[in-house]
Design a protein around this ligand. Structure first.
Ligand SMILES: Cc1ncc(COP(=O)(O)OP(=O)(O)O)c(N)n1
Ligand code: 3NM
Ligand code: MG
Length: 206
């Protein structure tokens, strides 16, 4: 498996991906929460083709059956998604699985499915979605790093370009972000700021 890029934007449409690829993103998650099934399949296909053409890695959130059907080789699953997912089928299809974690118990469960990465969140307060956990804080990244050894670790939740470096320094392999990019008046330029802030640190890391 190729190393994870240290900058991991998360967006909700293929149009967003098309807009950000020219900025140089190399890893992106398509996280669609409210599309009807035919639209969803079209979005996934479009995102897949855009990323292939640009040499970027696409991670599909949640929709593991679509990943199998449409040849997407990376899926992100939360703990509840794991309840319903056919992990052996994903393995047979050669699909890498990233898993969300928020507690030590969740981390144990994530590790039991041999993930390509574990994500830890929310590092800082986030307004994107309501969650029962208080922000983990930067120190928790170092704790996760000690537990997981060399496994790639994604930090997520309330991360801004200014906060990204501290997450990488603490042991994150990659920093995932929604709001700081999608609310920027100039998202492509903001991505370039993220890339210049994260890529050198990330490459010297795992
Ligand atoms: C990189 C990354 N980390 C965590 C999540 C959250 O996944 P999940 O807990 O399944 O919640 P939803 O995103 O599905 O609402 C993620 N998507 N990506
Ligand atoms: C989708 C998601 N999952 C999280 C987790 O902790 O599992 S935090 C999060 C929101 C990330 O968005 P923003 O960069 O806008 O805070
Ligand atoms: Mg999910």
């Amino acid at each position: 498996m190729m190393p994870l890029d240290p900058f991991y934007p998360v967006v909700d449409s293929a149009a967003w991906i098309a807009g950000l690829l020219p900025a140089g993103i190399k890893l992106v998650q398509l996280r669609i929460k409210d599309a009807s099934a035919p639209d969803l399949r079209d979005e996934v296909r479009r995102a897949r083709d855009l990323c292939r053409a640009a040499g970027a890695r696409l991670v599909l959130n949640d929709h593991w059956r679509l990943a199998i059907d449409e040849g997407i080789d990376f899926i992100h699953l939360g703990q509840e998604d794991l309840d319903g997912a056919d992990v052996p089928a994903l393995r047979r299809a050669g699909i890498a699985v990233g898993v969300s974690t928020h507690t030590h118990d969740e981390l144990d469960r994530a590790l039991s499915v041999n993930p390509a990465y574990v994500a830890l969140g929310p590092i800082f307060p986030t307004r994107l979605k309501a969650m029962p956990w208080v922000p983990q804080g930067i120190d928790r990244i170092a704790t996760w790093r000690r537990v997981i050894g060399d496994l790639p670790l994604v930090a997520i939740g309330g991360i801004t370009v200014e906060r990204a470096g501290a997450c990488l320094q603490a042991g994150a392999t990659s920093v995932a972000v929604v709001t700081d990019i999608v609310t920027s008046p100039d998202p492509a330029t903001r991505c370039q700021d993220w890339i210049s802030r994260t890529r050198p640190a990330g490459i010297s890391r795992r």
